[in-house]
Structures are given as structure tokens and as C-alpha cells.
Design a protein around this ligand. Structure first.
Ligand SMILES: NC(=O)c1ccc[n+]([C@@H]2O[C@H](COP(=O)([O-])OP(=O)(O)OC[C@H]3O[C@@H](n4cnc5c(N)ncnc54)[C@H](OP(=O)(O)O)[C@@H]3O)[C@@H](O)[C@H]2O)c1
Length: 222
């Protein structure tokens, strides 16, 4: 599949690397290609992952069949606004971003207006009504997104939500190719449920602070 990953940070890199290993055609999106290639860390990563093509956010969305949103939550809508809206029509956007506000330092809070009675997932679905936004993978460290076996033999919970049942089914298939077992993917319902999954970041960050490692996960048992 032709997949665009919006975001050159650690999450975008981790997803792009995994997708290439699964033989997808992958483009990674950024604001300014030249500037990004001048960053030592990204340049080194790209040298080792040269099959991943780099383009502006607008360029990579245009050619994609499916899109991952892995940009900083505070600028996610701005980033999507920099692309042609019609390029998202009928496409699945897998949103792994979180509406974190670091303006008052660490730990971050959730952005006012994108939390509690609203969410970033809903906001993205609202600005791109013809896209199929599926929120998933945002509640865990990025290494676990693509390597779920790294903790508890892969027995832990990934939440998913979105308005389009077929889109969620497609995403579950992709997640299975990442190593997720279907029974560990918990469908919460429509995109409004992003309010809950994004809010887990408040506790996630504090667990991370206490454990000094992102190698842990939520597991729903009964
Ligand atoms: N780190 C994790 O393990 C983890 C786990 C779950 C979810 N998440 C979520 O995944 C998303 C990506 O996280 P990340 O740590 O990889 O990267 P990040 O630093 O949160 O985001 C980097 C990306 O945001 C883009 N961006 C666009 N406008 C920006 C602006 N004005 N200022 C700064 N960046 C801007 C950057 O563009 P350029 O390419 O042009 O620099 C870059 O591609 C976030 O929403 C995060 O909450 C992270």
C-alpha cells in the first residue's frame, strides 16, 4: 500500500521503518524537506532507511492511499490545513497524536479545547469530514506500537475508535501485520471515544515518570 506518515519525529520514524519492513511504499512528511535533511539525527536515520521517501506534508498526502498522523498534537490541525483538503477524501487517517500542552513544562497537561468534552481525534474528523479518522496506538510508547511482543508476550490492550466500521477493520488488519492479536484490540466505538484514550496520557506520563521507561502497557482484564 502507498502510505504517508506525517511526522519526522521518533514516532514517524518508527512507523515508517516498520511499514517499509512490511513492503509498503512509504513517504514521510515534514514542513521543509531541506531543513529536515540538514538535521543530523534525521539525516542518519534516513541514510539507514533510504527506501522511505521524504516530502512536504502536502506532497506526501497527495499520493497516499492511507495516512498516519504522527505530528505534535498542538500543531496537528495546522499541519493538516497545510495540505489540500480534497487529498484526504475517502482516505483512512490513523491518528496516533496526542493533544499535549508542554507550555507550562513537564508533566504536560491536555490542551484546553481539545480535551474533556472534546478531543484531537474529533477535531481532525471535524476539519476533514470526508476522511475516515481512526484513533489508535496513541496510548503507548512508539516501540510498542510496532513491536507489541516487547512487553507481556504481546498480551496487552490497544484501543481503537472511529466512525467508519470498514476503516477500523482495515486498520485492525494493518495492526495485525504489526504483530497485534485481534483479541487485544479493543473497539470503543465512534471517534468521540478519543476523549478517553487521549486522556490516558495524563496517567501514562506519570507512570513513565515513576518507571523511567516507556516499556509498559495498559491491559484490560476481567
Ligand atoms: N513518543 C512516543 O512514543 C509517542 C507515543 C504515542 C503517541 N505519541 C504522539 O505522536 C506524535 C509524534 O510524536 P513525536 O515524539 O514523534 O514527535 P513530535 O516532536 O511531537 O512531533 C514532530 C513532528 O511535528 C511536526 N510539526 C509541525 N509543525 C510543528 C511546529 N510548529 N513545531 C514543532 N513540530 C511541528 C514536525 O514537523 P517537521 O518534520 O517539519 O519538524 C515533526 O514532523 C505526538 O502527537 C505524540 O504525542 C508519541
Amino acid at each position: 500500500m502507498k502510505i504517508a506518515v506525517l511526522g519526522t519525529g521518533v514516532v514517524g520514524q518508527t512507523l515508517a521503518e516498520k511499514l517499509i519492513s512490511l513492503d509498503h511504499q512509504v513517504w514521510i512528511g515534514t514542513r521543509d524537506v531541506t531543513e529536515t535533511l540538514n538535521r543530523e539525527a534525521f539525516k542518519n536515520w534516513h541514510l539507514q532507511n533510504h527506501k522511505v521517501q521524504l516530502g512536504t506534508f502536502a506532497e506526501v498526502v497527495g499520493g497516499a492511499e492511507l495516512i498516519f498522523n504522527a505530528v505534535q498534537g498542538a500543531v496537528a490541525v495546522l499541519t493538516l490545513d497545510s495540505c489540500s483538503k480534497s487529498d484526504f477524501d475517502d482516505k483512512i487517517i490513523i491518528d496516533v497524536s496526542n493533544p499535549l500542552d508542554f507550555s507550562k513544562g513537564f508533566p504536560p497537561s491536555l490542551i484546553d479545547g481539545l480535551s474533556n468534552t472534546h478531543s484531537l481525534g474529533e477535531e481532525i474528523q471535524g476539519v476533514l469530514p470526508n476522511a475516515k479518522v481512526v484513533k489508535t496506538l496513541n496510548t503507548m510508547w512508539c516501540e510498542l506500537m510496532v513491536n507489541p511482543h516487547l512487553v507481556n508476550n504481546g498480551q496487552h490492550t490497544n484501543f481503537i475508535c472511529g466512525n467508519d466500521a470498514n476503516a477500523k477493520e482495515t486498520v485492525v488488519g494493518l495492526l495485525q501485520s504489526f504483530g497485534w492479536k485481534k483479541e487485544n484490540i479493543l473497539d470503543l466505538g465512534d471517534i468521540e471515544n478519543a476523549r478517553g484514550t487521549e486522556a490516558t496520557l495524563l496517567i501514562w506520563i506519570r507512570i513513565y515518570g515513576a518507571r523511567k521507561s516507556g516499556a509498559f502497557q495498559f491491559n484490560i482484564v476481567q
